[in-house]
Ligand binder design. Structure first.
Ligand SMILES: O=C(O)CCC(=O)c1ccccc1C(=O)O
Ligand SMILES: [Mg+2]
Length: 347
């Protein structure tokens, strides 16, 4: 197994309640498995995964598929999910390529989807900027929009949510993501506003450790989706506590595409929806996440429209967003020959 570090700036920082994200630093991963090269990516994001230093350290100790860490911390969660994701995606991609099938076909129980619907992601901003970004997204063909909240005064956020509904019209699905910013009282008030505006769900209204608090917030006319809680409390605890209507599954934070599908199957057994998203990953992990989403039956719009947030990338995107959807690359592995240059180690 080989790794190569990379650093990619965002075009402009994504402002969230847990601070702006302005750059993504990670590792391209290469494995040779039965003579076939597979690519993976480990792009840590503290709050969701281990730190960069911990990721680097974990990768340096991995030799190849046989050393994929089964090592887990509390509640069966991998301790170094980004590093594990890099290795797991690379091995799965090599196996899919060897079998001559797409990663989605390799991962799926049934025939995978040809396309996946995706949501636009609108960052924190003024009321006008938020409405403008929503209008643009709808003009581009998105039928689902997710808006970041929790960084401003709740009354201002309530005005932003109203402006989003007004800009989007009645037929667009809406979501809000608070990144854990609210206390219980604020969360109740904001969920009532979101319910009145017919939002589908509010993502991570409370701090990630408060699993029970989220369970209590359900049933107010708008869904509760959990993201950060999956990384800190773990999917098993979230599901056991009936704390969410939907799980926001980031393969990078869950330890790989196969782990993510395991979580998704457990969720669907309990009637909980699954949405697949990225941590604003580079193209390898992003396309990997597209295959994971395609492998899930009837997946709702996913948070995979994050490629355009990057100023630069490791390679051209073989799965761009068009009219609010992504066509799943049909070639073997991630995208047939799309990444052949990345499969050769540098001289
Ligand atoms: O879900 C999306 O629309 C895009 C991904 C996203 O919002 C995100 C990106 C990086 C880190 C955290 C998050 C998040 O969902 O909170
Ligand atoms: Mg989120």
């Amino acid at each position: 197994m080989e790794t190569e570090p990379f650093s990619l700036d965002l075009r402009s920082p994504l402002s969230t309640a847990s601070g702006p994200i302005s750059r993504r630093e990670g590792f391209l991963v290469r494995v040779e498995h039965d003579g076939v090269v597979g690519l993976g990516e480990a792009t840590p994001l503290p709050g969701w995964t281990e730190s960069y230093a911990e990721c680097e350290d974990a990768l340096s100790g991995m030799r190849g598929p046989e050393s994929l860490p089964s090592e887990t911390g509390e509640a069966g969660r991998p301790r170094r999910p980004a590093a594990r994701h890099g290795a797991e995606l690379a091995v799965a991609t090599a196996e899919a390529r060897a079998a001559g099938e797409s990663l989605a076909a390799f991962l799926a129980d049934e025939t995978p989807a040809d396309t996946v619907a995706v949501n636009a992601t609108v960052g924190d901003g003024s009321v006008d900027a938020t409405a403008g970004a929503t209008r643009e997204a709808v003009e581009e063909g998105f039928s689902t929009v997710k808006v970041k909240v929790g960084a401003r005064d709740p009354d201002v956020d309530a005005t932003r949510l109203r402006a989003v509904r007004e800009a989007a019209g009645d037929d667009v699905g809406l979501r809000a993501d608070a990144n854990g910013a609210w206390d219980v009282e604020t969360a109740r008030r904001m969920l009532d506003v979101a319910a009145e505006l017919d939002f589908s769900y509010v993502e991570q209204p409370l701090p990630s450790a408060d699993v029970e608090g989220h369970a209590d917030l359900r049933g107010r006319g708008v869904g509760v989706a959990l993201d950060e809680s999956l990384a800190t409390a773990g999917p098993a605890r979230v599901l056991a506590a009936d704390a969410a209507d939907a799980l926001v599954c980031k393969p990078m934070a869950l330890g790989g595409p196969i782990r993510t599908l395991d979580v998704a199957r457990q969720a669907s057994e309990r009637g909980v929806d699954v949405v697949v998203t990225t941590t604003i990953d580079a193209v390898i992990a992003r396309v990997g996440a597209v295959h994971v989403a395609a492998a899930l039956p009837d997946v709702p719009a996913c948070g995979l429209a994050t490629g355009a947030m990057l100023a630069d990338d490791l390679a051209p995107d073989p799965a761009p967003v068009e009219g609010g959807r992504i066509r799943v690359p049909a070639g073997p592995g991630l995208a047939g020959d799309a990444f052949s240059a990345l499969r050769q180690p540098p001289e």
